[in-house]
Design a protein around this ligand. Sequence first.
Ligand SMILES: O=C(O)c1ccccc1N[C@@H]1O[C@H](COP(=O)(O)O)[C@@H](O)[C@H]1O
Length: 213
Amino acid sequence: MDTRVKICGINTPQAAEAAVGAGAQYLGFVFFPKSPRNVTINLARDLALDVPVGVAKVALVVNASDADLDRLLGEVPIDILQLHGGEDLERVKAIRARYGLPVMKAVGVSTPQDIQALDAYGLVSDQVLVDAKAPKGAVLPGGNGLAFDWRLISKRGWNAPWMLAGGLTPYNVVQAIQLTGAKQVDVSSGVESAPGVKDPAKIRAFIETIRAA
Ligand SMILES: O=C(O)c1ccccc1N[C@@H]1O[C@H](COP(=O)(O)O)[C@@H](O)[C@H]1O
C-alpha cells in the first residue's frame, strides 16, 4: 500500500528518526499543554530543523489564538497547521488567510450526524482529518487511542483530501485502510509504550505493516 503516513506527537529525536527512517510523510508536533505529547517551542524548533526536506512538519494546535500562532510560526518552521479544537468554519478560513499555510481541520466522528461536518470543513480546509469524537469530559480532544465505526465513512464521496485518525495501531491499520479507502493515516497513541512515550519499534511496525499489505 502506498498510503501516506503521519506520526503525531513527536517529542524526541529518536521518534523523529524512526518515523522518517521508516518512510513517514508527515511528522506532527503537539502544542497543547494538557497533552502528554506537548512540546515547547524550543524543543519543536530543534526537532523540526532536523526533519529532512520532503517530510511535512505539522503543528497540532487546539483553539489557538492569533498571538499563539504568531509566536509558534515565528519560531518553528512549520509546513501545515492541524486545527484540532472547536475552530468553526470562519476561524479556519481566517487562519488559512492570515498565515498562508495549508490547514488540516480535525473533525470528530461518532454518529452519522457528524458526517456532514466533513463536507463543510472540506470546503474551507486544504485537508480534513477524520478522527474519533472525544468522549464527553475528556481532557484531550484527540490522541485518546479511540477508534470510531469506520463504516460511517466507507464508500462516501469527498470534497477535499482527507486523512484517517483515531485509535489506529499496527494491528488494525490495514483493515481500517481497506474499509475506508483512506490514502493517508495518522497515529499517535497506537505507536507509544506509555502516554506521550513514542516507541520507535512500534512506529516502524506501523509503517512496515502498511507497506507490506
Ligand atoms: O495526541 C494528542 O495528545 C492530541 C492532543 C490534542 C488533540 C489531538 C491530539 N492528537 C491527535 O488525535 C488523533 C488521534 O490520536 P490517536 O492515534 O487516537 O492517539 C491524531 O490525529 C492525533 O494527531
